[in-house]
Design a protein around this ligand. Structure first.
Ligand SMILES: Cc1ncc(COP(=O)(O)O)c(C=O)c1O
Length: 394
Protein backbone atom coordinates (compact mmCIF):
# COMPACT_ATOMS: atom_id res chain seq x y z
CA UNK A 1 0.00 0.00 0.00
CA UNK A 2 1.42 3.38 -0.97
CA UNK A 3 0.49 6.12 1.52
CA UNK A 4 0.09 9.72 0.46
CA UNK A 5 1.17 12.55 2.73
CA UNK A 6 0.13 16.00 1.65
CA UNK A 7 2.00 19.01 2.90
CA UNK A 8 -0.02 21.52 4.95
CA UNK A 9 -2.05 24.15 3.11
CA UNK A 10 0.34 26.87 4.23
CA UNK A 11 3.21 25.00 2.60
CA UNK A 12 1.17 24.62 -0.58
CA UNK A 13 0.70 28.39 -0.58
CA UNK A 14 4.46 28.97 -0.95
CA UNK A 15 5.21 30.33 -4.42
CA UNK A 16 6.75 27.98 -7.01
CA UNK A 17 10.50 27.68 -7.01
CA UNK A 18 11.48 29.78 -9.98
CA UNK A 19 15.13 28.93 -10.01
CA UNK A 20 14.57 25.23 -10.72
CA UNK A 21 15.15 25.63 -14.47
CA UNK A 22 18.30 27.71 -13.96
CA UNK A 23 19.66 25.21 -11.44
CA UNK A 24 19.03 22.37 -13.89
CA UNK A 25 20.92 24.22 -16.64
CA UNK A 26 23.74 25.02 -14.20
CA UNK A 27 24.13 21.33 -13.39
CA UNK A 28 24.18 20.45 -17.09
CA UNK A 29 26.79 23.12 -17.83
CA UNK A 30 28.98 21.96 -14.96
CA UNK A 31 28.72 18.36 -16.18
CA UNK A 32 29.84 19.56 -19.64
CA UNK A 33 32.89 21.10 -17.97
CA UNK A 34 31.80 24.72 -18.55
CA UNK A 35 33.69 27.18 -16.37
CA UNK A 36 30.79 28.81 -14.49
CA UNK A 37 31.22 32.24 -12.94
CA UNK A 38 28.75 32.34 -10.08
CA UNK A 39 27.59 35.86 -9.33
CA UNK A 40 24.36 34.57 -7.92
CA UNK A 41 24.58 33.63 -4.28
CA UNK A 42 25.01 36.18 -1.49
CA UNK A 43 27.76 34.31 0.31
CA UNK A 44 31.06 36.20 0.75
CA UNK A 45 34.12 34.58 -0.79
CA UNK A 46 36.32 36.10 1.96
CA UNK A 47 37.28 34.00 4.98
CA UNK A 48 36.33 35.12 8.47
CA UNK A 49 38.92 37.53 9.94
CA UNK A 50 41.82 36.05 11.98
CA UNK A 51 40.20 37.20 15.24
CA UNK A 52 37.29 34.85 14.51
CA UNK A 53 39.47 31.86 13.61
CA UNK A 54 41.67 32.33 16.67
CA UNK A 55 38.66 32.70 18.97
CA UNK A 56 37.00 29.68 17.39
CA UNK A 57 40.03 27.48 18.15
CA UNK A 58 40.16 28.68 21.73
CA UNK A 59 36.44 28.63 22.52
CA UNK A 60 35.70 25.33 20.77
CA UNK A 61 38.57 23.73 22.76
CA UNK A 62 36.98 24.84 26.02
CA UNK A 63 34.93 21.86 27.16
CA UNK A 64 32.58 24.11 29.12
CA UNK A 65 31.35 25.65 25.90
CA UNK A 66 29.46 22.63 24.57
CA UNK A 67 26.32 22.53 26.68
CA UNK A 68 22.92 23.95 25.77
CA UNK A 69 22.87 27.71 25.73
CA UNK A 70 20.13 30.03 26.97
CA UNK A 71 17.27 30.58 24.54
CA UNK A 72 17.69 34.34 24.54
CA UNK A 73 21.47 34.07 24.25
CA UNK A 74 24.31 34.03 26.78
CA UNK A 75 24.67 37.05 28.98
CA UNK A 76 28.23 37.92 27.72
CA UNK A 77 27.05 37.77 24.13
CA UNK A 78 24.10 40.06 24.81
CA UNK A 79 26.42 42.42 26.68
CA UNK A 80 28.81 42.44 23.68
CA UNK A 81 25.87 43.24 21.38
CA UNK A 82 24.75 46.10 23.64
CA UNK A 83 28.35 47.48 23.68
CA UNK A 84 28.55 47.21 19.90
CA UNK A 85 25.24 49.05 19.48
CA UNK A 86 26.54 51.81 21.75
CA UNK A 87 29.81 52.16 19.82
CA UNK A 88 28.40 51.72 16.33
CA UNK A 89 25.07 53.58 16.59
CA UNK A 90 25.38 55.49 19.89
CA UNK A 91 22.25 53.84 21.24
CA UNK A 92 21.62 52.51 24.74
CA UNK A 93 20.39 48.93 24.80
CA UNK A 94 19.91 46.68 27.82
CA UNK A 95 20.44 42.91 27.78
CA UNK A 96 16.66 42.31 27.90
CA UNK A 97 16.42 44.13 24.58
CA UNK A 98 18.74 41.66 22.82
CA UNK A 99 18.25 38.12 21.59
CA UNK A 100 20.82 35.79 19.97
CA UNK A 101 19.70 34.12 16.73
CA UNK A 102 20.79 31.11 14.71
CA UNK A 103 21.19 33.47 11.76
CA UNK A 104 18.85 36.39 11.17
CA UNK A 105 16.79 34.29 8.73
CA UNK A 106 15.13 32.27 11.48
CA UNK A 107 14.64 35.43 13.55
CA UNK A 108 12.80 37.14 10.68
CA UNK A 109 10.51 34.13 10.28
CA UNK A 110 10.01 33.51 14.01
CA UNK A 111 9.15 37.12 14.87
CA UNK A 112 6.13 36.75 12.60
CA UNK A 113 5.30 33.43 14.22
CA UNK A 114 5.29 35.24 17.56
CA UNK A 115 3.01 38.12 16.54
CA UNK A 116 1.08 37.40 13.33
CA UNK A 117 -2.34 35.76 13.62
CA UNK A 118 -3.99 33.92 10.74
CA UNK A 119 -5.36 36.53 8.34
CA UNK A 120 -3.26 39.43 9.66
CA UNK A 121 -1.74 41.53 6.91
CA UNK A 122 2.03 41.82 6.67
CA UNK A 123 3.64 44.55 4.56
CA UNK A 124 6.41 43.08 2.46
CA UNK A 125 8.69 45.08 0.17
CA UNK A 126 8.63 43.93 -3.44
CA UNK A 127 11.28 42.98 -4.50
CA UNK A 128 12.80 41.66 -1.29
CA UNK A 129 14.66 38.89 0.51
CA UNK A 130 12.11 36.06 0.15
CA UNK A 131 11.96 35.13 3.86
CA UNK A 132 9.63 38.06 4.73
CA UNK A 133 7.03 36.78 2.28
CA UNK A 134 7.48 33.03 2.65
CA UNK A 135 8.93 31.94 6.00
CA UNK A 136 7.63 35.05 7.78
CA UNK A 137 4.17 35.57 6.35
CA UNK A 138 2.87 32.58 4.35
CA UNK A 139 4.16 29.94 6.77
CA UNK A 140 2.46 31.78 9.63
CA UNK A 141 -0.89 32.04 7.81
CA UNK A 142 -0.50 35.80 7.39
CA UNK A 143 -1.51 37.68 4.26
CA UNK A 144 1.46 39.25 2.44
CA UNK A 145 0.70 42.73 1.11
CA UNK A 146 3.23 43.90 -1.42
CA UNK A 147 4.85 47.34 -1.12
CA UNK A 148 6.41 48.09 -4.52
CA UNK A 149 10.00 49.32 -4.42
CA UNK A 150 10.30 51.37 -7.57
CA UNK A 151 13.47 52.71 -9.09
CA UNK A 152 11.92 56.18 -9.45
CA UNK A 153 11.40 56.24 -5.65
CA UNK A 154 14.95 55.12 -4.93
CA UNK A 155 13.58 51.61 -4.19
CA UNK A 156 11.79 52.90 -1.09
CA UNK A 157 8.12 52.21 -0.34
CA UNK A 158 5.67 55.09 -0.50
CA UNK A 159 3.87 55.03 2.87
CA UNK A 160 1.11 57.29 1.50
CA UNK A 161 0.14 54.48 -0.86
CA UNK A 162 -0.03 51.80 1.83
CA UNK A 163 -3.35 50.79 3.43
CA UNK A 164 -2.60 50.12 7.08
CA UNK A 165 -5.92 48.38 7.92
CA UNK A 166 -5.47 44.85 9.25
CA UNK A 167 -1.67 45.27 9.11
CA UNK A 168 0.17 43.76 12.06
CA UNK A 169 3.74 43.89 10.84
CA UNK A 170 5.98 45.59 8.28
CA UNK A 171 9.37 44.40 7.03
CA UNK A 172 11.95 46.90 5.84
CA UNK A 173 15.54 46.23 4.79
CA UNK A 174 18.26 48.83 4.09
CA UNK A 175 20.95 48.59 2.83
CA UNK A 176 18.70 46.57 0.60
CA UNK A 177 18.90 43.12 -0.88
CA UNK A 178 18.42 42.83 -3.85
CA UNK A 179 18.32 46.48 -5.04
CA UNK A 180 21.35 47.64 -2.95
CA UNK A 181 19.43 50.86 -2.20
CA UNK A 182 20.32 52.81 0.93
CA UNK A 183 18.31 55.23 3.06
CA UNK A 184 18.90 58.19 5.34
CA UNK A 185 17.46 58.95 8.75
CA UNK A 186 14.69 61.09 7.22
CA UNK A 187 13.21 57.98 5.62
CA UNK A 188 13.63 55.97 8.82
CA UNK A 189 11.76 58.69 10.71
CA UNK A 190 8.85 58.38 8.27
CA UNK A 191 8.87 54.60 8.75
CA UNK A 192 8.80 54.90 12.55
CA UNK A 193 5.98 57.49 12.38
CA UNK A 194 3.99 55.24 10.05
CA UNK A 195 4.41 52.25 12.38
CA UNK A 196 3.56 54.27 15.51
CA UNK A 197 0.49 55.94 14.02
CA UNK A 198 -0.91 52.61 12.86
CA UNK A 199 0.20 50.36 15.73
CA UNK A 200 2.32 48.20 13.44
CA UNK A 201 5.35 46.13 14.44
CA UNK A 202 8.36 47.32 12.44
CA UNK A 203 10.93 44.63 11.64
CA UNK A 204 14.03 46.32 10.32
CA UNK A 205 16.56 44.04 8.64
CA UNK A 206 20.01 45.63 8.84
CA UNK A 207 22.01 42.56 7.75
CA UNK A 208 24.19 44.67 5.41
CA UNK A 209 24.79 47.64 7.74
CA UNK A 210 28.56 47.08 7.72
CA UNK A 211 29.06 46.53 3.99
CA UNK A 212 29.25 50.07 2.65
CA UNK A 213 31.46 52.25 0.46
CA UNK A 214 32.38 55.79 -0.49
CA UNK A 215 31.89 57.10 3.05
CA UNK A 216 28.28 55.93 3.37
CA UNK A 217 27.40 54.71 6.87
CA UNK A 218 24.17 52.78 7.32
CA UNK A 219 22.03 54.05 10.18
CA UNK A 220 20.08 51.94 12.67
CA UNK A 221 16.35 52.48 12.91
CA UNK A 222 16.84 52.46 16.67
CA UNK A 223 18.61 55.82 16.36
CA UNK A 224 15.21 57.35 15.59
CA UNK A 225 13.17 58.80 18.48
CA UNK A 226 10.26 56.53 19.36
CA UNK A 227 11.62 53.53 17.43
CA UNK A 228 12.04 51.47 20.59
CA UNK A 229 8.25 51.56 21.02
CA UNK A 230 7.57 49.71 17.77
CA UNK A 231 10.73 48.32 16.23
CA UNK A 232 13.05 45.37 16.32
CA UNK A 233 16.24 45.42 14.26
CA UNK A 234 17.99 42.33 12.90
CA UNK A 235 21.77 42.13 12.54
CA UNK A 236 23.92 39.27 11.40
CA UNK A 237 27.54 38.18 11.68
CA UNK A 238 27.09 36.41 8.32
CA UNK A 239 28.06 39.29 6.04
CA UNK A 240 29.93 41.48 8.52
CA UNK A 241 32.40 38.80 9.60
CA UNK A 242 31.98 36.31 6.70
CA UNK A 243 30.44 33.78 9.05
CA UNK A 244 27.45 32.66 6.96
CA UNK A 245 27.91 28.99 7.91
CA UNK A 246 28.43 29.66 11.62
CA UNK A 247 24.81 30.78 12.06
CA UNK A 248 25.06 33.62 14.48
CA UNK A 249 23.01 36.81 14.44
CA UNK A 250 20.97 38.91 16.83
CA UNK A 251 17.90 41.07 17.15
CA UNK A 252 17.74 44.25 19.20
CA UNK A 253 14.79 46.42 20.07
CA UNK A 254 11.48 46.71 21.87
CA UNK A 255 11.46 44.44 24.91
CA UNK A 256 7.94 43.06 24.30
CA UNK A 257 8.93 42.11 20.76
CA UNK A 258 12.18 40.50 21.90
CA UNK A 259 10.31 38.57 24.63
CA UNK A 260 7.70 37.33 22.14
CA UNK A 261 10.44 36.12 19.83
CA UNK A 262 12.26 34.44 22.75
CA UNK A 263 9.02 32.70 23.78
CA UNK A 264 8.58 31.18 20.31
CA UNK A 265 12.22 30.21 19.97
CA UNK A 266 12.30 28.53 23.37
CA UNK A 267 9.72 26.06 22.01
CA UNK A 268 11.52 25.46 18.70
CA UNK A 269 15.29 25.66 19.10
CA UNK A 270 17.99 26.37 21.66
CA UNK A 271 20.38 29.30 21.57
CA UNK A 272 23.39 29.28 19.19
CA UNK A 273 26.36 27.20 20.44
CA UNK A 274 28.03 28.87 23.42
CA UNK A 275 31.44 28.86 21.69
CA UNK A 276 30.00 30.57 18.61
CA UNK A 277 28.44 33.27 20.79
CA UNK A 278 31.80 33.81 22.47
CA UNK A 279 33.52 34.06 19.09
CA UNK A 280 30.91 36.52 17.82
CA UNK A 281 31.31 38.59 21.00
CA UNK A 282 35.07 38.85 20.31
CA UNK A 283 34.40 39.80 16.69
CA UNK A 284 31.97 42.55 17.75
CA UNK A 285 34.56 43.81 20.23
CA UNK A 286 36.92 44.63 17.32
CA UNK A 287 34.85 47.81 16.93
CA UNK A 288 36.59 50.47 18.97
CA UNK A 289 34.36 53.29 17.74
CA UNK A 290 31.66 53.74 15.11
CA UNK A 291 34.33 53.11 12.43
CA UNK A 292 34.73 49.59 11.07
CA UNK A 293 37.83 47.60 12.10
CA UNK A 294 40.73 47.28 9.62
CA UNK A 295 39.76 43.87 8.17
CA UNK A 296 36.28 45.11 7.34
CA UNK A 297 37.63 48.27 5.72
CA UNK A 298 39.84 46.06 3.57
CA UNK A 299 36.94 43.75 2.56
CA UNK A 300 34.78 46.75 1.70
CA UNK A 301 37.59 48.22 -0.38
CA UNK A 302 37.74 45.00 -2.40
CA UNK A 303 33.96 44.88 -2.85
CA UNK A 304 34.05 48.49 -4.06
CA UNK A 305 36.76 47.66 -6.63
CA UNK A 306 34.69 44.72 -7.91
CA UNK A 307 31.60 46.92 -8.04
CA UNK A 308 33.50 49.52 -10.07
CA UNK A 309 34.68 46.90 -12.58
CA UNK A 310 31.19 45.47 -13.04
CA UNK A 311 29.22 48.72 -13.14
CA UNK A 312 31.69 50.50 -15.43
CA UNK A 313 31.70 47.58 -17.88
CA UNK A 314 27.91 47.24 -17.81
CA UNK A 315 27.59 50.96 -18.55
CA UNK A 316 29.97 50.58 -21.49
CA UNK A 317 27.66 47.85 -22.78
CA UNK A 318 24.84 50.41 -22.81
CA UNK A 319 23.07 49.51 -19.55
CA UNK A 320 22.02 52.20 -17.10
CA UNK A 321 23.46 51.24 -13.75
CA UNK A 322 24.49 53.30 -10.71
CA UNK A 323 27.27 52.37 -8.35
CA UNK A 324 25.65 51.18 -5.11
CA UNK A 325 26.82 52.69 -1.83
CA UNK A 326 26.29 49.49 0.16
CA UNK A 327 25.77 45.70 0.03
CA UNK A 328 27.68 43.41 -2.30
CA UNK A 329 24.96 43.38 -4.95
CA UNK A 330 24.46 45.16 -8.26
CA UNK A 331 20.84 45.39 -9.39
CA UNK A 332 20.66 45.75 -13.13
CA UNK A 333 17.67 46.80 -15.18
CA UNK A 334 18.07 44.31 -18.02
CA UNK A 335 14.99 45.66 -19.81
CA UNK A 336 13.45 42.27 -20.53
CA UNK A 337 12.28 39.07 -18.83
CA UNK A 338 14.63 38.45 -15.94
CA UNK A 339 14.44 34.67 -16.35
CA UNK A 340 15.28 34.89 -20.06
CA UNK A 341 18.11 37.36 -19.48
CA UNK A 342 19.58 35.18 -16.71
CA UNK A 343 19.25 32.10 -18.94
CA UNK A 344 21.06 33.93 -21.75
CA UNK A 345 23.94 34.84 -19.42
CA UNK A 346 24.01 31.28 -18.16
CA UNK A 347 24.49 30.05 -21.72
CA UNK A 348 27.87 31.85 -21.51
CA UNK A 349 28.59 30.44 -18.06
CA UNK A 350 27.67 33.59 -16.09
CA UNK A 351 25.26 32.90 -13.23
CA UNK A 352 23.09 35.76 -11.94
CA UNK A 353 19.80 35.79 -10.03
CA UNK A 354 16.64 36.69 -11.96
CA UNK A 355 14.84 39.60 -10.27
CA UNK A 356 11.42 37.95 -10.45
CA UNK A 357 12.61 35.55 -7.74
CA UNK A 358 12.46 38.50 -5.31
CA UNK A 359 8.91 39.53 -6.23
CA UNK A 360 6.78 40.76 -9.10
CA UNK A 361 8.50 44.17 -9.10
CA UNK A 362 11.84 42.49 -9.54
CA UNK A 363 10.87 41.64 -13.10
CA UNK A 364 13.15 43.15 -15.76
CA UNK A 365 16.06 43.16 -13.30
CA UNK A 366 18.83 40.73 -12.45
CA UNK A 367 21.04 40.69 -9.36
CA UNK A 368 24.81 40.29 -9.54
CA UNK A 369 26.69 39.32 -6.35
CA UNK A 370 30.16 40.76 -6.01
CA UNK A 371 31.41 37.59 -4.35
CA UNK A 372 34.04 36.63 -6.93
CA UNK A 373 37.50 38.11 -7.53
CA UNK A 374 37.77 41.19 -9.75
CA UNK A 375 39.36 39.15 -12.57
CA UNK A 376 36.38 36.78 -12.67
CA UNK A 377 33.96 39.68 -12.71
CA UNK A 378 35.95 41.19 -15.58
CA UNK A 379 35.80 37.85 -17.40
CA UNK A 380 32.03 37.71 -16.80
CA UNK A 381 31.63 41.17 -18.34
CA UNK A 382 33.65 40.03 -21.38
CA UNK A 383 31.36 37.05 -21.83
CA UNK A 384 28.28 39.30 -21.53
CA UNK A 385 29.76 41.62 -24.14
CA UNK A 386 30.29 38.61 -26.40
CA UNK A 387 26.67 37.56 -25.97
CA UNK A 388 25.41 41.00 -26.80
CA UNK A 389 27.73 41.24 -29.77
CA UNK A 390 29.55 44.27 -28.34
CA UNK A 391 33.22 45.01 -28.44
CA UNK A 392 34.24 46.66 -25.17
CA UNK A 393 37.46 48.45 -24.55
CA UNK A 394 39.44 46.88 -21.70
C1 LIG B 1 18.48 40.94 3.55
C2 LIG B 1 18.92 39.70 4.24
N1 LIG B 1 18.52 39.50 5.49
C3 LIG B 1 18.88 38.40 6.17
C4 LIG B 1 19.66 37.44 5.59
C5 LIG B 1 19.96 36.19 6.37
O1 LIG B 1 21.23 36.11 6.82
P1 LIG B 1 21.64 35.10 7.98
O2 LIG B 1 20.49 34.18 8.24
O3 LIG B 1 22.82 34.39 7.46
O4 LIG B 1 21.91 35.96 9.19
C6 LIG B 1 20.12 37.60 4.28
C7 LIG B 1 20.94 36.57 3.63
O5 LIG B 1 21.24 36.60 2.47
C8 LIG B 1 19.72 38.77 3.59
O6 LIG B 1 20.11 38.98 2.34
Amino acid sequence: MKLMFEVADRVKRLPPYLFAEIEKTMKEKKAQGVDLISLSIGDPDFPPPPVVIEALKEEAANLKNHNYSLSQGESDFREAVADWCKKRFHIDISQGEVIALLGSKEGLANIARAFVNAGDHVLVPDPSYPVYYNGGTILNDGVPVSMPLLQENGFKPDFEEVHPEKVKMIFLNYPNNPTSATVDKKFLKQAVEFARENNIILCYDNAYSEISFDGYKAPSILEIDGAMDVAVEFHSCSKTFNMTGDRIAFAVGNKQLISGLAKVKSQIDSGPPVYIQKVAAKALATYKSDKPPAFLKENNKIYAERRDVLVERLCKLGFMCDKPKATFYVWLNCGSSSIEFAAKLLSAGVVVTPGIGFGEHGENYVRFSLTQPKERIFEASKRIAGLLGCAVAA
